[in-house]
Structures are given as structure tokens and as C-alpha cells.
Design a protein around this ligand. Structure first.
Ligand SMILES: [Zn+2]
Length: 99
């Protein structure tokens, strides 16, 4: 798997990345050529959080019977949200194993 550094635009193979910072919300990787830190999974992480929030909000709307005529729509949106989150979580795990 090759990635492009957002700073110097050089192509990096995943195994060339030696330094990984997991102490932040987003996992950061250091580019071996320009030493800049960048994040590959930022978009995925954001989508994952949105997915969880979608489920949370739509569930709350259903529980409190707000706009109950749309409850089926809310359930569907919530389901799609959690489905996306689960898929992304699995992708994230796969990437972590490969390094
Ligand atoms: Zn770079």
C-alpha cells in the first residue's frame, strides 16, 4: 500500500513509516522524507464519529417520540450510520495489523 505525503507529495510505502503517534484522537504518521506528521485516517475517523452520532440522535428522537411520523426514516438513518461506523472500524483494524 502506497501513500502520498500531503506535505512533500512523495510516495511512501507503508512499511517505510517508522514513527506512528497514537496518543492523539487521530493516528498520525511521520513522513520518512520530510519528517512532517500527517494523518491518513482523519476522514474515516470523522465519518465514524458522524455515524455514531447519527444513531444516537435518531435513537433519541425515536425514544422521545419526536416527529414520530418519521420514526422509520430515523431508524433507517441510524442503521446506516452504525453500519458505516462498523465497516470503518474493521478497515481501521486491518490497517493497524498491516502497519
Ligand atoms: Zn513528506
Amino acid at each position: 500500500m502506497k501513500v502520498t505525503c500531503p506535505h512533500c507529495k512523495s510516495k511512501i510505502t507503508a512499511k517505510d513509516i517508522k514513527n506512528i503517534n497514537k496518543n492523539r484522537i487521530f493516528i498520525e504518521k511521520q513522513c520518512p522524507s520530510c519528517k512532517e506528521w500527517f494523518c491518513l485516517n482523519k476522514t474515516l475517523t470523522i465519518i465514524k464519529i458522524i455515524g455514531v452520532f447519527l444513531l444516537l440522535i435518531t435513537s433519541l428522537l425515536n425514544i422521545f417520540n419526536i416527529k414520530s411520523q418519521y420514526s422509520l426514516v430515523f431508524s433507517s438513518i441510524g442503521f446506516v450510520g452504525i453500519l458505516v461506523s462498523v465497516i470503518i472500524t474493521f478497515f481501521g483494524k486491518n490497517e493497524a495489523i498491516k502497519k
